[in-house]
Design a protein around this ligand. Sequence first.
Ligand SMILES: *Cc1c(COP(=O)(O)O)cnc(C)c1O
Length: 413
Amino acid sequence: MSTIPSYGFTTTILHSDRQKEIEHGSVHKPVHTSVMYGYKDARDLAAVFQNKQSGYRYGRQGNPTVSALEEKITKMEDGFATIAFATGMAAIGAVFQALLRQGDHLVSSSFLFGNTNSLWQTIGMQGVDVSMVDATNADNVANAITSSTRMVFVETIANPRTQIADLKRIGELCRARGILFVVDNTMTSPYLFQPKTVGAGLVINSLTKSIAGHGNVLGGALTDTGLFDWSVYPNIAGNFRKQAAQMHGMAQVRAKALRDFGASLSPDAAHQIAIGAETIALRTERECVNALALAEMLEADPRVTAVHYPGLPSHPQHGLASELFRAYGALFSFELKPEIDCFDYLNRLKLAINATHLGDTRTLVIPVAHTIFFEMGAERRAEMGIADSLIRVSVGIEDTQDLLADFGNALVQ
Ligand SMILES: *Cc1c(COP(=O)(O)O)cnc(C)c1O
């Protein structure tokens, strides 16, 4: 897709908009705020509606500023096409609204982002059968597959315990069985990992997180890698089958989910996200250095009973992470010895902010069981390995020595 495939990741992002002519020599795609698009010849308008001619119609279904961002995400994921949404959850929801039907079966990792876990309960009530398995071993996924299984869904690194899905083997399994493999790449981002390399057909990114990176905008994206053969997918409606098979999935998602449910990304948000994306490689590298330094310091301290970070050799999937990811990510979690109250510890931190979010330039901390995973209850938390004292850390780009001092000083009671 990229017209400059020989350039590296950051160069490609920085010069993406300029691949197409922009007026006045602007280096950013302008923010196009118009909701409607006027045509001199009414026949052209009709041709656009009938998909005989490309063009914009109405802002909910497409916008030039949003399209420029979609192209950038496609290049970042080495994909075929991308649809942007108002949030990451809207992108996840779109996959199920547009592509699953009553009676279909979904196999999902049980280590999930909390709101995705909640969404599975909703689609369960709507007649989709969901099986949750420990996806760190592809055998569990294989055993759950039935003749109705349409999709396997996993995250790359699970939040907050950092379990890593058996990505390569699940990808091989899905390819062999003709099942759509959907990967939520938010925790790694396309800078650390491209799910296309393990056979994913669809890739989800919450653009709110490390792609935008500065905690000032929401967005989500769904990318078709081009690997999945849509001609064998039973849930594509007749009118979307008229186009080339490669287009089937995205054409149906754009109409049935983006257009009909309307969770569209605004052009202003698309511009903000595009600016953030320019520095994702620089930010992520610094965050990964900081995260490893903090994880190593805490693991060596007797007042800390557990540290969960894929960069530590003690992590169960350290080998897999080393093989698949460029670095080990900006997120880790840890548990303090019982004598230290996790709330008191958090309140002693001076730099790290008590806040829910991740992939930000600032370091953020949260007592997981009491906040983001409170709603799901103790039983489900136990299944996901979430202790009451677990603290999640999303590591920012602060100077390393300042973070080490902050987390170290707070251990002193
Ligand atoms: C944050 C997040 C989402 C949802 O993204 P929003 O932009 O907040 O809607 C989905 N998946 C993962 C793994 C996330 O971390």
